[in-house]
Write a protein that binds this ligand. Structure first.
Ligand SMILES: *[C@@H]1O[C@H](CO)[C@@H](O)[C@H](O)[C@H]1NC(C)=O
Ligand SMILES: *[C@@H]1O[C@H](CO)[C@@H](O)[C@H](O)[C@H]1NC(C)=O
Length: 384
């Protein structure tokens, strides 16, 4: 009885492991960028290798980068649509005790501060969002490097705090759905004083100068990195600004800016190194076309004009873009399952052979059998 049941149970376990492995690889192949998906750190087979120098080629490997709802955009305040229903952004759980340490990492494209899931946006969006990470974009000593612009003005730097919709289990799942992500963006400028919140990040940068270096830093009030006034902002539908450029971000770009001292700004733009050890600078993407999108404003940008509201739901291309992505993700799933099943069949044949062979010769103990199976699974890992 138990002799017959054991191989069957082990086989089931093996199948499960293989399927899980295949699914995980399919997820990685869907192309999570190191910047925007902090939990997918692996550099897959040539997957997350991209740079700001080859921006024009992003779309050939990551189709969404060539879509019609891309970010960043140039915000023209005269063209924004005042929307009184855009309530002030409210944050919860942003003030972290210093005993809670956070990972700060140079991923070769930017500096990323990983955030605990206790941080949330509780108002200002139709749904609830949880924080995952924040990162920065900057220029160099010679020029500014914000991603968005306002009235053709590019600011020295920009912070992005990335959140995902709580109706999804994790950011990997959320980032492929049209309502998956909410990013809070704010512009950094030079002011007269040192900014004590940015100090909590900047004073550690020298320890993570090289790509993939990381350090743990004490918690602090993360909200201090954003403007004091969270009532005034722009809102539009856009994308991740790095590959895979998924068009799943509901953007908030604050109208108030954040000020750092000149010294702090210099530390930000000169300390880190990226790929091939060159200075990590000008890590911003060029402006993307609106393709008919509207930018809403939570406030009246001009007092004298009364604007007509645009017809609602005019942008059908957004739906197409989202659908296209969903179906390619499902195709990946199907492939993964197919490979898993194929391998399981191979493993079954192999196991039957081993089992038969053993029965014909000396009977071996179960510990040795599990060792054989473990070897088979390991071989698969290396082969795929
Ligand atoms: C963003 O897209 C959603 C879904 O298509 C739509 O309801 C919403 O009005 C859009 N928001 C903006 C700011 O255009
Ligand atoms: C904030 O809004 C005002 C009024 O429209 C505009 O002049 C200014 O450029 C905006 N600044 C930012 C950073 O959005």
């Amino acid at each position: 009885m138990s002799r017959a049941a054991l191989p069957a149970a082990l086989l089931l376990l093996l199948q499960l492991l293989v399927l899980l492995g295949a699914l995980r690889r399919a997820g990685a192949a869907a192309g999570h960028s190191a910047e925007d998906a902090p939990h997918s750190h692996e550099r897959g087979p040539g997957q997350s290798h991209w740079s700001y120098e080859d921006r024009q080629e992003w779309a050939s490997r990551y189709p969404d980068c060539g879509g019609t709802m891309q970010s960043p955009i140039g915000i023209d305040t005269a063209e924004t649509v005042f929307s009184p229903q855009l309530r002030p952004i409210q944050l919860a759980g942003y003030s972290l005790p210093s005993k809670e340490t956070l990972k700060l990492k140079n991923n070769g494209h930017t500096v990323v501060l990983e955030l605990p899931e206790s941080l949330a946006i509780t108002s200002g969006y139709a749904q609830q969002y949880r924080a995952v990470q924040l990162h920065l974009h900057w220029g160099s000593l010679a020029g500014p490097g914000s991603e968005h612009t306002v009235n053709n003005h590019r600011f020295p730097a920009e912070i992005h705090v990335v959140h995902y919709n709580t109706k999804y289990d994790n950011i990997e799942e959320a980032m492929v759905h049209p309502d998956g992500l909410a990013v809070l963006g704010a512009f950094l400028q030079v002011g007269p004083r040192e900014n004590p919140y940015y100090r909590q990040i900047l004073e550690h940068l020298y320890k993570i100068q090289g790509e993939d270096e990381e350090v743990f830093v004490p918690g602090f009030n993360i909200a201090g990195l954003l403007p004091a006034n969270l009532n005034l902002y722009f809102r539009y539908n856009g994308s991740l600004t790095t590959p895979p450029c998924y068009q799943t971000v509901k953007w908030t770009v604050f109208n108030q800016t954040v000020q750092l001292s000149q010294d702090q700004m210099s530390v930000l733009v000169t300390t880190l190194r990226g790929d091939d050890n060159s200075p990590l600078q000008n890590n911003f993407r060029e402006l993307q076309k609106l393709h008919g999108r509207h930018v809403l404003a939570s406030f009246q940008t001009t007092l004298t004009w009364v604007k007509e509201l645009p017809p609602p739901g005019g942008d059908s291309s957004s739906e197409a873009g989202a659908e296209k992505h969903t179906s390619s993700f499902q195709a990946g799933d199907v492939l993964a399952v197919l490979f898993g099943v194929l391998f399981a069949i191979t493993a079954l044949a192999f196991l039957l052979y081993v089992h038969k062979h053993r029965n014909q010769n000396t009977r071996l103990d179960s510990p040795t059998k599990s060792k054989v199976i473990y070897t088979a699974a390991t071989t698969d890992e290396n082969a795929v």
